[in-house]
Design a protein around this ligand. Structure first.
Ligand code: G3P
Ligand code: MG
Length: 227
């Protein structure tokens, strides 16, 4: 069972901050999930929403602000919004990373960053999973660098179960706990894909998901996940 820290360990620390990622590492996760957007000056920054309002003391669209402006904001407990490169530097190969592409136009730059990491030899292709609800972005990843592992996010149960994920060449399908069922899991496995479910926080849900046969879980409290 792959234990995945959702936005780091956001049940304990401000989401998508270095502090949250350090906590996830301390809790012994197998993978850390976080979300990326592109800011106005072109850097990939780690933040969930397309606006800074909910998670920082600022206001405005991430895509409308440059890095200098974003770095002036408080993302909680005095933390700054991290760059993708800063998260990779902090983790330094100690666990796997799930980069969720939120903003448009993030796929090509993310490919470049991952490829550079693998060339430095500290990281391997299997250390990265790139996911998105936007499957066209995933298709770009596939085209740019077929060695990158892909996770196809979904809310709901589509006709054809995981066929959509097979079509983008996904390694894993990532459904929501709200809709997941056994038929969906069995279908994904038959198609040769892993099933990682989000977001599982309650102890009874953790047991239920395990019994249903998922391969991994995202949790805001990753220490609650057990093998
Ligand atoms: O990847 C699982 C989960 O992060 C997807 O939803 O909204 O938390 O990014 P969200
Ligand atoms: Mg996410």
């Amino acid at each position: 069972m792959v234990k995945i820290g959702h936005r780091g360990a956001c049940g304990y620390e401000p989401e998508n901050t270095l502090r949250s990622f350090s906590m996830a590492l301390d809790l012994g996760v197998d993978m850390i999930e976080f979300d990326v957007h592109k800011c106005r000056s072109g850097e990939l920054v780690v933040i969930h929403d397309d606006r800074v309002d909910r998670t920082t003391n600022g206001k405005g669209y991430v895509s409308g602000m440059d890095l200098r402006e974003l770095k002036n904001l408080d993302a909680g407990k005095g933390e700054k919004i991290p760059l993708l490169s800063e998260v990779i530097g902090l983790v330094d190969g100690r666990t796997r990373l799930n980069i969720e592409l939120k903003g448009p136009g993030t796929a090509v730059d993310t490919c470049r960053v991952i490829s550079d990491c693998v060339k430095t030899k500290k990281w391997a292709w299997k250390d990265f999973l790139v996911s998105s609800f936007n499957h066209y972005e995933l298709r770009i990843i596939r085209r740019e660098e077929p060695r990158i592992f892909i996770g196809a996010l979904i809310t709901g149960i589509p006709i054809g179960y995981s066929k959509f994920a097979e079509r983008v060449g996904a390694y894993a399908v990532i459904p929501s706990i709200e809709f997941i069922n056994k038929k969906f899991i069995d279908d994904s496995h038959k198609r040769g894909m892993k099933v990682f479910v989000y977001t599982v926080n309650e102890p009874e849900d953790i047991i239920r998901m395990k019994d249903m046969g998922v391969d991994g879980m995202f949790s805001n409290f990753p220490d609650r996940l057990r093998d």
